[in-house]
Design a protein around this ligand. Structure first.
Ligand code: AMP
Length: 289
């Protein structure tokens, strides 16, 4: 496994991969890796000959009062985990390599970036869109591997890749969870034991709402109420949003007739945690409203 830090090195290695006819899969991450990231890496291995992982805590996707400075970084341990998974290339650039000066290019998503997580993090997806475009441009992967845990990110990256004609196939891996259902996240490291226990309520609540739809609930507002009540039942959780939305437009669903995204964000102590499931109501369930 090689660790590259410059764009020039990436371009050289990419040329060698291309000359040898190797298909490249890229797993973009911010490091402090856990099993969720490693699942993406394993999926990458299945769909490519050369697996690249980027590790870059991207400043442009953090708001001014967010945890950019304190975001956990552990490159040495990450590199060991990735070597063990048989990764070919790690790209771990400095901030200056990616942003030699403050960028003036901005990626917008016509308002989709302001929904869900964008309510509290209005500049987040512009930063994600910029850095993913940069990585796709520098590495030119055949496949880009992303986690369903960040459902809104997946939606926006698919649109970005499609509309900017990046020749990359976006592959999405289901959310990897702890044994009590909590979605794995680098930010779980900030939780105290009590907060960690409370955090299991997040997925339990999303599942309750999903079960209601599967049992025939068709009223979006009723489903939203289940989410809100579930999160509020645990006093250590501070609700940021709880939504039942259309999977493409992220607009609130009034009557559930097709696939919906159930998505929540909560604050727990110093962490902000998100989770989601996509539900397609079964044709046989009877409506209850
Ligand atoms: P991050 O390092 O948090 O930026 O995440 C890098 C990639 O890993 C993103 O595509 C995330 O969606 C994905 N990811 C993070 N946590 C999980 C998880 N628990 N299960 C699946 N994918 C995940």
């Amino acid at each position: 496994m090689e660790i590259l830090t410059t764009i020039a090195q990436c371009r050289d290695h990419r040329l060698s991969d291309r000359a040898a006819g190797r298909r490249v899969a890229l797993v973009p991450t911010m490091g402090f890796l856990h099993e969720g990231h490693l699942e993406l890496v394993r999926r990458a291995r299945e769909v490519a000959d050369s697996v690249w992982v980027s590790i870059f805590v991207n400043p442009t996707q953090f708001g001014p009062h967010e945890d950019f400075e304190s975001y956990p970084r552990e490159l040495k341990k990450d590199a060991e985990l990735l070597a063990h998974e048989g990764v070919d290339i790690v790209f771990a650039p400095t901030t200056e390599e990616i942003y030699p000066r403050d960028p003036i290019v901005q990626i917008g998503f016509s308002g989709l970036e302001r929904k869900l997580c964008g309510t509290d993090r209005p500049t987040h997806f512009a930063g994600v869109g910029l850095v993913v475009s940069q990585l796709f441009n520098v590495i030119q992967p055949d496949r880009g591997i992303f986690g369903q845990k960040d459902a809104q990110q997946v939606l926006l990256i698919r649109r970005l890749a499609n509309e900017l004609h990046f020749p990359v196939e976006i592959i999405v891996v289901p959310t990897v969870r702890e044994s009590d259902g909590l979605a794995m996240s680098s930010r779980n490291a900030y939780l105290t034991p009590q907060e960690r226990t409370a955090a299991s309520t997040i997925y339990a609540t999303v599942c309750k709402a999903r079960d209601a739809i599967e049992a025939g609930e068709v009223c979006g507002e009723a489903v939203r109420r289940i989410l809100i009540t579930g999160i509020r039942s645990e006093e250590l959780l501070e609700l940021q949003y709880a939504e039942c939305v259309d999977v493409e437009t992220l607009e609130r669903t009034e009557m559930i007739s097709g696939s919906v995204l159930l998505a929540v964000a909560v604050r727990v102590g110093k962490s902000r945690l998100i989770d989601n499931v996509t539900v397609t109501p079964s044709a046989t369930a009877e409506g209850t409203t």
